[in-house]
Design a protein around this ligand. Structure first.
Ligand code: GDP
Length: 492
């Protein structure tokens, strides 16, 4: 008989997200709650926004996501992360239920987490709680005292009224949820904030949702990895480990990880490497149709004077409509750290002026798809970067929608491409039109039509209600029941 090691589940503290309409007081509330934190006051009152913070209230911890707005919250959820356990829906008592209140409520409903309403700005003479409660009821939120059970607390985030009561209610909701996790397993969680620290390189704030992260381990977040060498809590203090529901900053990533991706910890570098090699890395680099992709440029020169000169010249020629981010380069040869830091950009260039590229840096550049070139004449450098950048300027197209087709059957064509049989639901389909592939309401790919057939003979057009076959080229497989949306494109 084998005895399996059982996962020991212990109670953990809650992670809370604050959602609501713009200007209803989410940021003010987050700031006010942060100020109740005795620990941060002792540490000199950290006011920096790091993506999340922890407070202690009545000897109990609560983690708050410091990213007001449901977009980030929804984005994280789309990636499968259950980031928050409890939501606070902020509604201004003077302004009432607004479009984003409804969107926030939808996001909460989709996340299937308990929530409470914070009726904010109660200090204002124009506050009208009854009107807001009625509007909430209309939206489907039945609050306490209004025929329902959703807790509602009247607060003033600005003045600080009833904040304690709000936190008590959060803790009560958490108790009822019985949040559990296993602190003994390897940590898992989600990246909630990431940036390139000019001094320390790519760093990220992670929220551990299960397990415990320890110094000496390794983590993988999407395609970015990092040794866990520098581990800091939400007050910026170095810690040895981070348990469940704890936000923690890690410095030393191979590149800036994407916000919202899940991370996993590993005991050793070998385990990490094995996980990386089995991961399918989709490189978006150098895809010349990466419209609106961010272009990273780093300039390096021998002395400060020439760095300034080349910087002025290069900035002058950046084509309009291109999103360019300058990475700190500085004086000296192009080294491996330069390549690492710029590799977080989708498209990356390093321009050297009177400098050399070190051997290992050249290898790394090739691996990360970073274009590096050095020059001794400024205008040659400028000409090169301009020619490279021009390729990435997004062309302005206008679309004329033609029609929609419901896919009934698909086959692989012997001559390449795919054959799609379907019925035109709306408008028409013409030869050489382009299309988007829509599946369950989402765009999953695109393509173009090579030829159109109806009753076994080639035609130019299929009209509404007609059935026919299309030979198409597409970016991914088309399935039965997909909707193809056809359009013509004109350069504007
Ligand atoms: P957010 O967009 O939801 O993050 O809203 P903010 O926190 O930025 O607040 C918007 C405005 O409302 C700011 O001018 C705040 O000072 C103000 N505000 C926030 N909470 C209160 C409150 O409780 N009472 C009053 N009178 N004003 C508030």
């Amino acid at each position: 008989m084998t005895i399996k090691e059982k996962s020991i589940q212990t109670v953990r503290h809650p992670i809370v997200v604050i959602l609501g309409h713009v200007d209803h007081g989410k940021t003010t509330l987050l700031d006010t709650i942060r100020k109740t934190n005795v620990v941060s006051r002792e540490a000199g009152g950290i006011t920096q926004h790091l993506g999340a913070y922890e407070i202690t209230w009545n000897d109990k911890k609560i983690t708050f996501l410091d990213t007001p707005g449901h977009e980030t919250f929804s984005k994280m959820r789309e990636r499968g992360a259950r980031v928050a356990d409890i939501a606070i829906l902020v509604v201004a008592a003077d302004d009432g239920v607004k479009p984003q209140t409804k969107e926030a409520f939808e996001a909460i409903k989709n996340a299937k987490i308990p929530y409470l309403v914070a009726l904010n700005k109660i200090d204002k003479p124009s506050a009208d709680p009854d009107r807001v409660k009625a509007a909430l009821a209309e939206m489907g939120v039945l609050v306490e005292g209004w025929g329902g059970t959703v807790p509602i607390i009247s607060i003033s985030a600005k003045v600080g009224t009833n904040i304690g009561e709000l936190l008590d209610t959060v803790l009560l909701a958490a108790e009822m949820e019985e949040l559990k996790s296993d602190p003994k397993t390897l940590a898992q969680g989600v990246v909630i904030e990431a940036h390139l620290d000019s001094r320390r390189g790519p760093s990220a704030m992670l929220l551990v949702t299960n397990g415990t992260l320890h110094k000496g381990e390794f983590i993988l977040a999407g395609s970015a990895s990092s040794p866990v060498r520098i581990l800091e809590n939400s007050l910026g203090k170095s810690v040895a480990d981070a348990g469940p529901a704890t936000p923690v900053t890690i410095v030393g990533f191979s590149k800036v990880p994407e916000v919202g991706v899940l991370f996993q910890a590993f005991h050793s570098k070998e385990d990490l490497e094995q996980a990386m090699s089995s991961q399918v890395v989709l490189s978006t680099k150098d895809s010349r149709d990466a419209v609106n992709a961010e272009v990273g440029i780093m300039l390096k020169a021998d002395v400060a004077g020439s760095l300034e000169a080349i910087s002025d010249e290069v900035r002058r020629v950046i084509p309009e409509g291109l999103s360019v981010r300058f990475f700190e380069g500085g004086v000296g040869d192009i080294n491996e750290n330069d390549i690492k830091s710029i590799s977080s950009a989708h498209i990356a260039f390093v321009v050297g002026f009177h400098t050399k590229i070190k051997g290992p840096a050249a290898d790394l550049a090739a691996r990360f798809n970073v274009s590096v070139k050095t020059f001794d004449v400024i205008y040659e450098a400028v000409d090169w970067i301009l020619a490279e950048l021009k390729v990435y300027v997004p062309k302005q197209f206008t679309r004329d929608e033609l029609g929609k087709l419901l896919v009934l059957k698909t086959f692989q064509s012997t001559g390449g491409g795919r054959i799609v049989g379907g019925r035109v639901r709306e408008g028409k389909v013409v030869r050489e039109a382009k299309f988007d592939i829509m599946r369950s309401g989402e765009r999953v790919g695109s393509g173009s039509v090579s030829s159109v057939q109806r009753n076994k003979s080639a035609v130019d057009t299929l009209k509404e209600g007609e059935e026919g076959g299309l030979l198409v080229q597409s970016s991914r497989a088309i399935e039965e029941r997909d909707i193809l949306v056809f359009y013509n494109e004109r350069e504007a």
